[in-house]
Write a protein that binds this ligand. Structure first.
Ligand code: DCS
Length: 482
């Protein structure tokens, strides 16, 4: 009997789900990459430059030595018995590996752990949170996850009962949120970030969207904030964060604080403040506001996307609700142990006086300084191009320039049945090999067009990217000038 599975009879929530970061432009880029291999010289460029995804190590960024030394020793504890490791590993990575293994039952890094993750590693993470915020954290509030993504899905699964349950999401947003809300059958309630004020969040706008959704019978459950922002790169002003917390408390909303870029701040006039710190600074306790804070090993200066580590810190939920969260986490048994160890390391890196501190700090500062330079170089280059305006990347890993396209280009896009920014991104790819993500994949004010470009290609490649981009853009605008 022929297979009865067809697109027509799949879960409609899956069909509704979109994830542009690895969408049509990237799929086309992969086809062109294959063509470069099989037919060298057949395209007007000799390599594909993936500026679509925040994946630093795929573009040459080196992992932090201390973290990798500890992971290697934890993964093969036999090494710790060999004298020769003292000539290969730093004394503090050896001692840290021994400390971590002692926290793992039976030192078995191949065993399932507690559903929330290894208790000793959660203790280390809470020590790091306490040191970062100046307010205590509790290991029982930590759920270690395979990157932040599963933690986001878990909360959407917990909160969304049906299509009348809404989640307030910033527009532009990282499409994990729109995809997860669609997969769980909820309603995305948009609130627009203000591009003219550097992607600021106006509480009055959020309130208007909330009231509008409620007037349509939507039960708005939570508010998502991404700080620093993806794709927009803004770092929220501390005052704005106080307003957001008070708003969520007054409106009875769960605050979902996506803070995976907390170590990616490039400007001196902004500083990362966790929403946990803001909530506690307002004197709010466990009874006042349900808050979920997300962290990941994928970003920062570590960029360990493939290790799939991260956590969500849940506070302000009742014991019966926490039991439900624990139950859902238990269905997946546990997150991977390497990711758990790495999550504890990024929250407790070498300190002054440790043998590895100087080399660790040099690596960390070097990466952040380079990201800062790359962000500025690309931002300045985009702002010199006709019809393009680009806000400063205060943080995160992206630039999100707005492009004003000639009417003829918009008509050509419509004729090709593509969004204008997708049409532009496809032409950019076919002319230069540069892969960006159209703004329509993140959401934008209707009638405006953007694209997202990462700041991640290695520094020596940035001038070539800029010059290739400039040549393409000038030719494109000339071709379609009204
Ligand atoms: C804001 C935000 N939250 C969560 C995640 C999920 O990360 P992990 O599951 O790896 O922890 C990402 C990944 N950033 C995507 C991936 O690369 N480019 C992006 O825009 C992100 O940008």
């Amino acid at each position: 009997m022929a297979a009865t599975v067809a697109v027509e009879n799949l879960n409609p929530k899956v069909l509704k789900c979109e994830y542009a970061v690895r969408g049509e432009i990237v799929i086309h880029a992969q086809r062109l990459q294959q063509q470069l291999l099989t037919q060298p010289g057949s395209l007007p460029f000799d390599e594909i430059l993936y500026c679509n995804i925040g994946n630093p190590q795929s573009l040459g960024q080196q992992p932090v030595t201390f973290f990798r030394e500890v992971l290697a020793l934890c993964d093969h504890p036999y090494l710790l018995q060999r004298e020769e490791i003292k000539s290969l590993f730093s004394a503090d990575s050896i001692s840290r590996a021994k400390q971590i293994l002692a926290l793992i039952p039976g030192k078995a890094t191949g065993a399932y752990s507690h559903s929330q993750g290894i208790k000793g590693l959660r203790d280390a993470i809470t020590a790091g949170i306490t040191s970062r915020d100046g307010f205590p954290a509790n290991a029982d509030d930590i759920f270690l996850t395979d990157g932040a993504s599963p933690g986001v899905h878990l909360m959407m699964q917990l909160l969304i009962r049906n299509e009348n349950d809404g989640i307030l999401v910033p527009i532009p947003q990282y499409p994990l949120y729109s995809a997860s809300i669609a997969l769980h059958g909820g309603a995305l309630v948009p609130y627009y970030l203000n591009e003219s004020t550097g992607w600021g969040l106006e509480i009055s706008d959020v309130k208007k969207q909330l009231e509008d959704a409620r007037s349509k019978g939507i039960d708005v459950r939570a508010l998502v904030v991404i700080n620093p922002g993806n794709p927009t790169g803004q770092v929220l002003a501390e005052e704005n964060q106080y307003d957001i917390v008070k708003f969520c408390k007054n409106e009875g909303l769960v605050l979902l604080a996506d803070e995976v870029y907390q170590e990616n701040v490039y400007v001196d006039n902004k500083k990362f403040h966790s929403f946990k710190k803001i909530v506690r600074s307002l004197g709010y306790g466990e009874e006042d506001l349900p808050l979920v804070s997300y962290q990941s090993v994928s970003k920062g200066y570590y960029g360990e996307c493939g290790k799939r580590g991260g956590y969500m810190e849940i506070t302000g939920f009742s014991a019966p609700v926490r039991e439900q969260i624990y139950k859902i986490a238990s269905v997946n048994l546990c997150s991977n142990i390497t990711g758990q160890i790495l999550a504890s390391l990024i929250m407790n890196p070498p300190k002054a006086g440790d043998e590895s501190y100087a080399s660790y700090k040099a690596e960390k500062d070097g990466i952040i300084a380079s990201l800062t330079r790359r962000a500025k170089a690309l931002e300045d280059a985009f702002n010199k191009l006709e019809g393009i305006t680009c806000n400063e990347a205060e943080g995160a890993m992206y630039l999100f320039p707005q492009i004003v396209l000639p009417q003829k280009a918009i008509e050509a896009a419509n004729a090709a049945n593509k969004a204008p920014d997708a049409f532009y991104a496809l032409r950019l790819l076919e002319s230069t090999g540069i892969v960006v993500v159209p703004g329509s994949g993140f959401g934008q004010v209707p009638g405006t067009w953007h694209f997202r470009c990462t700041i991640l290609p290695q520094e020596e490649k940035i001038p070539a990217i800029i010059s290739r981009f400039k040549v393409f853009h000038e030719a494109f605008m000339a071709e379609y000038r009204d």
